[in-house]
Design a binder for this molecule. Sequence first.
Ligand code: FE
Ligand code: FE
Ligand code: ZN
Length: 278
Amino acid sequence: MLTIGCHLSSSKGYLAMGKDAVDIDANTFQFFTRNPRGTKAKALDPTDIASFLAWANDHGIKKILAHAPYILNAASADQHLRELARDIMADDLTRLEHTPGNCYNFHPGSHVGQGAEAGIAHIAHMLNQILQPKLHTTVLLETMAGKGSEIGREFEELREILDRVELKDRLGVCLDTCHVWDAGYDIKDRLDQVLGHFDAVIGLDRLKAIHLNDSQNPLGARKDRHARIGEGCIGLEAMARIINHPALKHLPFYLETPNELDGYKKEIALLRQAFDQS
Ligand code: FE
Ligand code: FE
Ligand code: ZN
């Protein structure tokens, strides 16, 4: 069974997302915990959450993925910005206790001139402050395209963050296919080698989610422009190999392609058709 969904708007609440997911034949989805560019979060509605949990149970929706606001920068040289990232992510993790057992994905951050080492130390420090044994969410580091001074372009940088975090069992990785392609990992023609490298450096047991996106740019471009499935430089055949790969096929896949709901519905149908049920 392929677990696939897409990024959905959270503006109407959890139950609305659950209904959108069913409408497009998704059995999971991703959402922003709050305005992706702002920091304000709506108050949680316990009735909406209870209705969603029942709906998800009835419709086989599982492994939903919360995404942190992308303006946060836990690697910033500015202490105020680092504390803002820490406080918002800690608050998100508290809120996510209402939907336990899922994952929370974030962009590691940009070191903006301090150097990757300093940035990595800041990110690990924040994770050591916010990860707590009592929480029921796995926090995921997203693999990044490497535009600007983004940390997480190389698997080795994510390994360095992991090495410095105490509660390692609460930390995993989300692999974004557009980002790793733009970072220079050839998942089109050398998928086995890339996954072998990921396994050697990070460990495939740490891989908890896939952002499934094609890329508008060639291998190694470091641009981070997502394309629709089959309409970019990676291509549909490579996408089919990714969702069917024995090391990946059990994972949840989330589309972040430039689409409205009807476009996502078509992509989900296309990928379900390409999925080997055996
Ligand atoms: Fe992301
Ligand atoms: Fe992504
Ligand atoms: Zn991206």
